[in-house]
Design a protein around this ligand. Structure first.
Ligand code: GLN
Length: 237
C-alpha cells in the first residue's frame, strides 16, 4: 500500500496504449521526484485489472484504433479513473488516450466511438494522417514554454468551452485547427509523443507541483540539450 508521503503514479493500460515511448513519461515523473528526495510509488494497471482511484497522477498513452476502442470501453466500465479525477487527481493523456477522454472519437472506419467524457472535446477522423515533429507555443496558464514532440495520428479534435488549448502550433498539426492539446483543471491532453515529458520536463514539473507544491530546481542540462536539438531541427532559423 502506498505510504501517505509518496507521489502515487498510475500508468493505465500499458498492454493496450503505449506507443513511441509513452512509458517514458512515467520514468521522467519518477526520476524528477526522486532526484528531489520525493518518494514515488508507481502502479502499472493492465487492461484486465481495475484502475485504482487513489492515485495522484494518472498517465495514459497512444495506440492504434482497435486497442484504443477497447481501452475506452474498459475505462468506462471500470470507472476508477473518473472517480480519481473527481477526487482531484491529475491526468496526462497522450494521443489515443487524449481522444478517449472526450465525448467521442473516430474508430478504424471513422465510426463515432464513445469516449469517457472527462474532457470537453470531440475527435473525428481527419482527411490525412498527421505525422512528424511538432513545436507549439504553450498557453500561458501553464508557463511560457515551447512544447516539443512527435505526432502520428488520423484524429482531429475540436475543443469545447470547458477546456483551453494547451498550445498554438508553430510546426505540425495537433488538434487540426492551429491548436495542440488542451487542459482543464489538472488534466492535460496532447497529441505529443516523444515521450512528451522527456521533451518537456517543465510539464513534468507542472504535474509534480500539483501534487507536492513548490519544487526545488534541478540540473536540466540533458533535457535542455534534447529540446535544443529537436527544436533546431524543426523551427525556422
Ligand atoms: N488511433 C488514433 C489516431 O490515429 C491515435 C493514434 C495514436 O495514439 N498515435 O488518431
Amino acid at each position: 500500500m502506498p505510504s501517505d508521503s509518496a507521489v502515487r503514479i498510475v500508468w493505465i493500460y500499458p498492454d493496450l496504449l503505449s506507443t513511441y515511448g509513452d512509458q517514458g513519461n512515467v520514468l521522467i515523473l519518477e526520476q524528477r521526484a526522486r532526484r528531489r528526495g520525493i518518494p514515488v510509488e508507481t502502479v502499472h494497471v493492465r487492461s484486465a485489472d481495475p484502475v485504482p482511484d487513489s492515485g495522484d497522477i494518472y498517465l495514459i498513452g497512444g495506440g492504434e484504433d482497435r486497442p484504443q476502442i477497447l481501452a475506452a470501453e474498459r475505462l468506462r466500465r471500470d470507472g476508477g479513473l473518473a472517480r480519481a479525477i473527481d477526487r482531484g487527481a491529475a491526468l496526462l493523456a497522450v494521443c489515443a488516450g487524449y481522444q478517449i477522454m472526450g465525448s467521442t472519437f473516430g474508430g478504424e472506419e471513422g465510426q463515432p466511438v464513445a469516449g469517457i467524457g472527462l474532457l470537453d472535446i470531440e475527435s473525428t477522423r481527419g482527411p490525412a494522417r498527421a505525422v512528424g515533429e511538432l513545436a507549439a507555443e504553450v498557453d500561458t496558464g501553464l508557463g511560457g514554454h515551447i512544447l516539443s514532440g512527435f505526432e502520428n495520428h488520423m484524429g482531429v479534435t475540436r475543443l469545447g468551452p470547458g477546456v483551453r488549448p494547451l498550445s498554438r502550433t508553430i510546426v505540425g498539426t495537433g488538434n487540426g485547427d492551429g491548436t495542440e492539446g488542451c487542459h482543464a483543471g489538472k488534466i492535460v491532453g496532447t497529441y505529443l509523443h516523444g515521450p512528451a515529458l522527456a521533451r518537456n520536463h517543465w510539464l513534468a514539473d507542472v504535474f509534480l507541483g500539483w501534487v507536492t507544491g513548490p519544487l526545488a530546481p534541478l540540473d536540466d542540462a540533458w533535457h535542455e540539450r534534447l529540446r535544443a536539438e529537436r527544436l533546431k531541427a524543426v523551427l525556422p532559423a
